[in-house]
Design a protein around this ligand. Structure first.
Ligand code: DOR
Ligand code: ZN
Length: 355
């Protein structure tokens, strides 16, 4: 049995408030625990989006009652809320800025809308950018001009990882995360994922080419964090005529990473650095005392949506053979998951921004 620290996933779409038919604080945190994740940072593109004090309260109230693992909630940058967000910063995981279009209403089309957020949001609190390709380059320029760190969400392209490498070499304060689906899947896998349902292959950023994927692996030292971008949508929605983008990922993150460790594509130290140590540092998260994950390294099994706790009912990794099974999760001294059963009660999870 291998013992790991509890994983931190800095990028999760919990869907509550507003879209609990996809997921809620209960099922998202069950999925987290089943995946060996003991702390999640929740994204603000809910319905309504989390963009002021009352919407933040809405999310945090639901989380307080339902969350089974530890958490914090991001606030979202909108066209006219830059003035009121600093007052919320100490209660938030950080500020999320959607600079490219994706699921939900939060989007800042013009760079003039980025400026007040970079000016006002307190510098010691993290800013995370959804910014793809050249938009990412613009985001890094903002980090330089305003002299503050930025964290780039879900990088997927060769040009992105190479630009971040160059920026880091010049001392620019930029960090980044990569999602398992951008490491383990490419465009070529879309037919297999979709099997007649093209919506299942939809995700933002889109899956990259083989060259993009190879480049992420080759530049693993540039990548600070693994993050799932767990983005559950129901199977009916994914298979509809207007499929929303997004893949669930909380329950496949660690098995996929451990399988890569087994194949010597990663080291166990990479997993711990990028799923625990670095996210803790970048997002200034507290240590979780008496918290660990026990994994049976030699257990091989097939990924099946039917075995998952997420409400969405599907996974792009259906049928994948993985090696490394989460057997037990202990969170702050209490067994929270064991042998396929969730033991932590709703409400056991702590908002780590409340001290
Ligand atoms: O595919 C995605 N789905 N990318 C995002 O950036 C948002 C997410 C969602 O919320 O569904
Ligand atoms: Zn996301």
């Amino acid at each position: 049995m291998l013992r790991l620290p509890g994983l931190i996933d800095p990028h999760v779409h919990v869907r509550e408030p507003g879209q609990i038919h996809k997921e809620d604080w209960d099922t998202a945190t069950q999925a987290a625990l089943a995946g060996g994740v003991t702390m999640i940072l929740a994204m603000p593109n809910t319905k309504p989006p989390i963009f002021d004090a009352s919407t933040l309260d809405l999310a945090l109230d639901a989380a307080r009652q339902k969350a089974r693992c530890d958490y914090a909630q991001f606030v979202g940058a909108g066209p006219d809320n830059a003035g009121l967000l600093p007052a919320l910063a100490s209660r938030a995981a950080g500020l999320k800025m959607y600079l490219d279009s994706t699921f939900g209403e939060l989007r800042l089309d013009h760079m003039t809308l980025w400026m007040p957020h970079f000016e006002n949001y307190p510098k010691q609190h993290p800013i995370v950018l959804h910014s793809e390709s050249r938009t990412m380059a613009a985001g890094i320029l903002f980090a330089t001009i305003y002299d503050r760190p930025v964290h780039i969400a879900h990088i997927s392209l060769r040009e992105e990882v190479l630009l971040i490498k160059a920026a880091k070499e010049r001392g620019i304060k930029v960090t980044c995360e990569v999602c398992p689906h951008h490491l383990f899947l490419s465009k070529d896998d879309i037919p297999a994922i979709s099997s007649g349902h093209p919506g299942r292959g939809e995700v933002r950023p889109r899956l990259g080419t083989k060259e993009d994927v190879d480049s992420l692996w080759e530049n693993m030292d540039v990548i600070d964090c693994f993050a799932t971008d767990h983005a559950p949508h129901s199977i009916e929605e994914k298979d509809s005529d207007n499929p929303p983008p997004g893949f669930p990922g909380l329950e496949t993150l660690l098995p996929l990473l451990l399988t890569a460790v087994n194949l010597r594509r990663l080291t166990l130290d990479d997993v711990i650095q990028k799923s625990v140590i670095n996210p803790r540092k970048i997002f200034r998260l507290p240590e979780q005392p008496e918290t660990w994950v026990e994994v049976d390294e030699s257990a091989e099994y097939e990924v099946r949506a039917a075995d998952q706790f997420t409400r969405c009912g599907w996974t792009p990794f259906e049928g994948w053979k993985v090696k490394g099974k989460v057997r037990k999760v202990v969170l702050r001294g209490t067994t929270a998951f064991e042998d396929g059963k969730i033991l932590a009660e709703p409400g056991y999870g702590k908002n780590i921004r409340i001290t």
